[in-house]
Write a new protein. Structure first.
Lengths: 315, 287
């Protein structure tokens, strides 16, 4: 079964890779943004799903990746690749420097501190001359949605492979132990601080590359769009909807929710924005463990699944 | 020195309003252990309630205040009774996420119904001011400050001296024991959240009088309320007041000496810094 699943996934990736050669421009563009969102959801999964530290500020990494590319290309006339490296470095440094103190916080406090950091970054960048202040930066135009699509797909595959490796490695077991009981993990000899910061840094790498691709693709970057706070809502709900702490759940969640929200947007533009809010409320009440858990257990308990989910947490 | 004095007065006036904003958040956080990310959105609804009561019904904003509070109490009661009570025993991340979702929904509905335009509430005395020890004090800001202070005191008296207030405090300390004494937690939680929302409504009304409003002000106000809750801790409403005044003064000083665009950096910077250095709050205990 394992082998069949792997073969099917491989075929799916190959199938997706052909989309730019036959799909319409709209489909390709939708694909790029869906792939980038899936990458964000998957990278959030490392810190939020496996380690149990629900960061509300991963948009910072995305924004830093974007600004790395934008500043390198616009202000210093460097290549896109060079910009990506700069962006990733900035994100990793940020993850280490702020991860160390912030990852000492638990629960509400961690979530709020990361949210606060995201807000601070918007405010700081909109005051930086080199980052174009409030007005933003205009990147050189590259006509090549095919390239961006393949890049985004490759990034998502790489991120997912990393998460798959985490799910069966000693490192990943350490993260899961931290999620389940941090004190016990420390007693068992897990260097919790190191593991948490590494997980944070790892998820910052993928989010930063996604941000870099996004910036070059849109050819325009300003603080509000680069550090878009609602991105945090999206990546978290996609991961939670699909199944946090699973390898394929976040990708599944991202694809399903992106597709539905895109369909809604073509009918009534404004509906797409409320969609994520409604999905969050419904998902948290009725299926807090995500689609992955629903699929696994629906066969046994049928519709009682939702009833039990509500019963478990209501007062 | 005259300028500094003026800035301090401005900061204190703003701080009183900030404290009122944070008060509802702190109450809900302390009693229900829910960090309500939709708190700012409720403040925004309060501001719109004031705007419509003023423009359509012709009510003076300070007369509209209790009406807006009653309205927000009902909204808050229903939200807690029929949505949040369903997830109250779930891990903290789930309750955080669901209020995030509510914030998105409320903001969207507000934008659809009220439109995204900036609104202002301009009562006839909007431009009036008086001089206090050499500092100019705008009348509406002074009134807003006074009402905020009064509501803080009223909340404190309510929690200390009424039956429901004592039940709320008892539940915050020990849910099981409170239940044994005949407290119905479902209703009590709904009432507590309703009071939190009513305070948000009051803060929104006053905010609408002193500042421009649009449907998107919510998330920024939630952030400021957090910063105050973190600075002051969840113990006493008097600490919340101190936290609010502190943030108000710091923001006013920042605007003067560093630049008005940096006020958000400073307030969120303080938030993060306090969390890192002293996660129990600068004053007293945090949950």
């Amino acid at each position: 079964v394992k082998l069949q699943l792997q073969a099917a996934l491989g075929a799916l990736v190959v199938g997706l890779a052909t989309i730019p050669f036959w799909g319409s421009a709209v489909l390709i563009q939708f694909g790029i943004s869906a792939l980038l969102l899936a990458t964000l959801a998957q990278s959030w999964n490392i810190i939020g799903g496996y380690t149990g530290y629900p960061s509300f500020g991963n948009s910072v990494f995305y924004g830093l990746g974007g600004y790395g590319v934008a500043i390198a290309m616009v202000q210093f006339q460097q290549s896109f690749t060079f910009g990506l490296i700069v962006g990733v470095l900035m994100a990793v440094v940020f993850a280490f420097l702020l991860g160390l103190p912030v990852l000492r916080l638990r629960g509400h406090y961690f979530a709020i501190a990361t949210l606060g950091l995201a807000e601070v970054m918007i405010a700081i960048v909109s005051n930086l001359e080199i980052a174009g202040r409030n007005i933003g930066l205009v990147l050189p135009l590259l006509k090549g949605d095919t390239l961006f699509f393949e890049l985004a797909l490759a990034l998502l595959v790489l991120t997912t492979l990393t998460v798959a490796w985490i799910s069966r490695s000693r490192f990943g077991f350490g993260l899961i132990a931290i999620r389940e009981n941090e004190a016990a993990a420390a007693v068992m000899g897990v260097n919790t601080t190191l593991y948490k910061v590494l997980a944070f840094a790892l998820c910052s790498v993928f989010a930063a590359v996604a941000g870099g691709i996004h910036a070059y693709w849109l050819t325009y970057l300003d603080p509000a769009s680069a550090f878009d706070i609602t991105l945090n809502v999206k990546m978290i709900i996609m991961a939670v909807f699909g199944g946090p702490g699973t390898v394929l759940g976040p990708v599944l969640g991202a694809f399903v929710l992106s597709a539905v929200s895109e369909l809604l947007a073509t009918k009534v533009t404004s509906l797409a924005s409320i969609f994520f809010g409604v999905v969050i409320v419904i998902a948290v009440v009725f299926m807090p463990r995500g689609v992955a858990d629903l699929v696994r257990r629906f066969g046994q308990v049928r519709w009682r699944y939702f009833q039990e989910s509500v019963r478990a947490h209501r007062i | 020195v005259a300028l500094l004095w003026q800035i301090l007065v401005n900061g204190v006036l703003l701080g009183g309003l900030y404290a009122l904003m944070a008060l509802g958040l702190v109450l809900v956080w302390g009693v229900l252990n829910i960090v309500n990310l939709a708190h700012g959105a409720l403040i925004m609804l309060g501001a719109y309630a004031c705007y419509y009561l003023f423009t359509v019904a012709g009510l003076d904003p300070f007369v509209a205040l209790p009406v807006a509070m009653a309205l927000l109490f009902c909204i808050g009661y229903l939200i807690q009774r029929y949505i949040l009570n369903l997830v109250i025993r779930a891990p903290m991340f789930n309750t955080l996420l669901i209020t995030f979702g509510l914030e998105v929904v409320i903001t969207f509905l507000a934008q659809m119904i009220f439109s995204a335009d900036f609104r202002t509430v301009n009562p006839s005395y909007a431009g009036a001011n008086f001089v206090f020890l050499g500092a100019t004090v705008p009348l509406v800001r002074f009134l807003a400050f006074g009402v905020a202070l009064a509501l803080t005191v009223i909340l404190w008296l309510f929690l200390e001296h009424t039956r429901i207030g004592r039940a709320i405090r008892a539940t915050a300390q020990n849910l099981v024991a409170a239940r044994l004494y005949g407290v119905d937690p479902r209703r009590l939680y709904a009432v507590t959240f309703g009071i939190g929302a009513a305070l948000a409504g009051a803060a929104g009304t006053l905010y609408g009088v002193v500042s421009q409003i649009n449907p998107y002000i919510g998330s920024g106000l939630t952030g400021k309320s957090f910063a105050i809750a973190i600075i002051g801790g969840l113990d006493k409403s008097i600490y919340v007041l101190a936290g609010g005044l502190f943030l108000g003064i710091v923001e006013a000083l920042t605007a003067l000496y560093i630049g008005p665009t940096y006020t958000d950096v400073i307030s969120f910077g303080i938030l993060v810094l306090v969390l890192i250095v002293r996660p129990t709050g600068l004053l007293g205990r945090t949950a």
